[in-house]
Design a protein around this ligand. Structure first.
Ligand code: BGC
Length: 735
């Protein structure tokens, strides 16, 4: 940093022709280089130095890959990834080297260059940890790798709520609850930015399905969106302070998200006082003046993805015609520079250098160990004893690796793709398996056992193998990717028949799920145990073996409700997903049906019994929680719960606090805390409650408001496994 400032000063002195004497040094030639100044002051000082052409250079980016369709080479200066915004060397403004994303440095250019990165498990695995420290560590790992690879912007921070288990990008997000998702994604962002790599939060907003994502108009009332999807963003932004917000493809109440004055100007910049910049998703900009005036600050990868480079000639013309003000152009640039200063892009430029792969793989492993969810464990089939003498491992290429999701977030993992040649081979593929073999890890964990593998392609052969073994471990999988949704909840390729055949041959069957999100499990009652491992990540095989053999006690809790079938969802038919060929895409999707009652709140409202509730997850030990102790301080409830490990193994429990507001029967998660306890140990945990979750959003006054009255507070081990209610009176208050 010092070196950079010094060289900048030297260059300024040289350029102005002033002799390098003491009085010349005293002049603050480049006040924006002074790291002691605030990011705002530095950005304001710098924007005044820019020519109009330079300002325009900063407000649109290019696709940072060679474009075969146009025969365009790699843009000069880009290191190759999703996006590039050239810098301005005369003022020491660094370029933005932008890469995907939230599960690791996901750089499609790597398919050709052979570069690799550490792949974290799904975002849903991180969310299932209910552990902000796990989320932060994952973010810091990604940020560190990005920085050492030369990237200074990560297109991470996916926080769209799960309104439907069929959404093809659920694995990139953090589930259905605004508090859990906002908290953990905020921590991931904080982790990334701790490495001086700017992170986005995305896709703003309500991009909750992939079907018709670039055309669909999401309809939802203001209060409902403020209390659901927008709240997840609000909390993630408050916690993570991302340098940028990526606006999404879809429309919201009639306007494209990237030219939506309500979302960008009114909510984000005015109500939330967001000081950073808004960048568009790739192909999500539809206008120049309208978008700029509505709050879009930077157009992404325009030549390749948008109809025109709107933030070039069309915006210049709009400026000349007075449709967009010069002040607004300066605001766009100031916001971009301000975030670059705030995160450290000027003072701590990326340095290519070695990466500690082992340490980073350990982060990926710990994430799954904290986030895999044990859904069923009959007659304590798990943990497996290390002195078993025969185990059958079946299915899902478990001999080679573990499945990853596809699309822009897909990481070329350390060790390369373990199973090549599967379709689709091109985007949103190639279908990728992280090379961490559960079979090998199981063999290593069960030293004395004969561990044999069947691919599962032939259910009869798999059942025969299972019959001879003491235990069968069947891996099943569901590939999902950006750009499409699943038609239904059924596992593909007749895997249900495989599990049923294996379970019939050997009731001591453990199923390990590698899925995007909840799936139907028609064989559930026939198997002994089920572990949801999501997409397990670069050290997934090892983590799964550790969990199966009890070296690690499962502590994940579902961040989503697991429905019994599609009829329980607000939209049993996903608009457009199963449309007949030639049928026009759906024009709108109505999120007003469930409104803010997403996931478990919908199930409560409709009195539906899910297969597994939000917040659910088993352990190899048992816990007892007391009813919450609630006192009121400064008008807000202070909640504590005593948790005791009543079993024989160390383990972690999650205290979940649900609140019911006066006049509203629906319970919502208002706070949570994860606690690790030795056998017999007890601890009293104070669980901070998030004031927004005790409030309702007052649309007329445009703010959260605690109405006052009698609130019911529950401690829970899931959304449906709750203590008796403790009533507490709160005064009316603006939190
Ligand atoms: C995705 C974004 C991603 C961008 C750049 C888009 O298709 O929706 O999440 O960051 O591509 O790769």
């Amino acid at each position: 940093m010092k070196h950079k400032n010094r060289s900048a000063l030297r260059r300024a002195i040289f350029a102005s022709g002033i002799a390098a004497c003491a009085c010349a040094l005293a002049a603050p030639a480049r006040p924006w280089s002074d790291a002691g100044q605030s990011p705002d002051a530095r950005a304001r000082a710098l924007v005044g130095q820019l020519t109009e052409a330079e300002k325009f250079q900063l407000i649109h980016g290019v696709f940072a890959q060679p474009d075969q369709a146009h025969n365009w080479p790699m843009p000069a200066g880009a290191i190759g990834s999703a996006g590039y915004v050239p810098g301005i060397p005369r003022l020491d403004i660094p370029g933005q080297q932008q890469s995907d994303a939230g599960l690791g440095v996901a750089n499609p250019v790597n398919v050709r260059t052979g570069d690799v990165a550490t792949a974290l498990p799904s975002g849903l695995a991180t969310a299932s940890s209910w552990d902000p420290q796990i989320a932060f560590a994952g973010g810091a790992m990604i940020g560190g790798e990005a920085w050492h690879k030369g990237f200074n912007v990560m297109l991470a921070g996916g926080v769209d709520l799960q309104r439907d288990p069929r959404n093809g990008r659920n694995f990139e997000y953090a589930g259905e609850d605004p508090l859990l998702a906002g908290t953990l994604v905020g921590e991931t962002i904080r982790g990334i930015q701790s490495q001086h790599v700017l992170s986005t939060v995305k896709h703003y907003a309500l991009n909750d399905q992939e079907t018709a994502r670039t055309t669909i108009d999401v309809r939802i009332g203001e209060r409902a969106m403020r209390e659901s999807d927008l709240l997840a963003f609000e909390l993630a932004i408050a916690r993570g302070r991302p340098g940028s917000v990526m606006c999404s493809y879809n429309k919201v109440n009639g306007d494209w998200a990237c030219e939506n004055d309500f979302l960008l100007n009114q909510v984000l910049k005015k109500d939330w006082r967001y000081p950073g910049f808004v960048m568009s998703d790739w192909g999500a900009t539809h206008s120049a003046a309208k978008a700029a005036n509505a709050g879009l600050d930077q157009e992404s990868a325009a030549e390749v993805f948008d109809k025109e480079v709107y933030f070039d000639a069309p915006l210049k013309q709009a400026l000349a015609r007075g449709e967009v003000s010069h002040a607004r152009l300066d605001d766009m640039v100031t916001r971009i520079l301000r975030s670059m200063f705030a995160v450290g892009l000027f003072d701590h430029p990326p340095q290519k250098g070695p990466i500690d792969a082992d340490a980073n793989l350990a982060v990926a492993q710990r994430t799954l160990e904290a986030g895999a969810v044990l859904l069923r464990n009959e007659r304590t089939l798990l943990p497996l004893a290390s002195d078993l003498h025969s185990i059958a491992v079946i299915g899902a290429h478990a001999d080679k690796g573990v499945l990853a999701g596809g699309g822009s977030s897909m990481v070329i993992p350390r060790g390369g793709n373990a199973v090549t040649g599967l379709e689709p081979a091109t985007w949103p593929g190639p279908v990728t398996y992280d090379p961490s073999s559960p079979l090998q890890a199981i063999r290593a964990a069960a030293d004395h056992a004969k561990v044999e593998f069947a691919s599962g392609d032939d259910p009869v052969a798999a059942a025969a193998l299972a019959q001879q073994a003491q235990v069968a471990v069947v891996f099943v999988q569901q590939w999902a990717a950006e750009s499409f949704d699943a038609a239904d909840l059924t596992l593909p390729n007749k895997q249900d028949a495989l599990v049923a055949a294996v379970a019939k041959a050997n009731p001591r069957t453990v199923v390990v799920l590698e899925t995007n999100s909840p799936v139907a499990m028609p064989w559930l009652d026939q198997v002994g145990a089920v572990l949801e491992a999501w997409y397990p990540g670069n050290a997934g095989g090892q983590a799964i073996a550790n969990l199966l053999f009890g070296r690690v006690n499962p502590s994940g809790r579902l961040p989503v409700t697991w429905p019994r079938d599609l009829s329980q969802l607000p939209r049993p038919q996903l608009p457009g997903a199963v449309a007949a060929p030639g049928t026009p895409p759906p024009a709108t999707v109505d999120y007003g049906i469930e409104g803010a009652d997403v996931g478990y709140r919908w199930f409560q409202r409709k009195q539906l019994q899910p297969l597994f509730p939000f917040g659910f997850g088993l352990s190899y030990t048992s816990f007892a929680q007391t009813a919450p102790q609630v006192t009121v301080r400064d008008g807000l409830p202070q909640v504590s719960v005593e948790v005791r490990n009543t079993g024989a193994r160390a383990g972690a429990d999650v205290v979940q606090i649900y609140a019911q507001l006066p006049g509203n029967p629906i319970r919502r998660l208002a706070g949570f805390a994860k606690v690790t306890l030795a056998p017999g140990q007890a601890r009293t945990v104070e669980v901070p409650l998030e004031p927004c979750l005790l409030s309702e959003f007052d649309v007329a006054k445009r703010r959260w408001i605690i109405r006052g009255g009698s609130y019911a507070i529950y401690a829970g081990r899931s959304a449906t496994d709750l203590s008796a209610a403790v009533q507490v009176k709160l005064p009316a208050k603006v939190p």
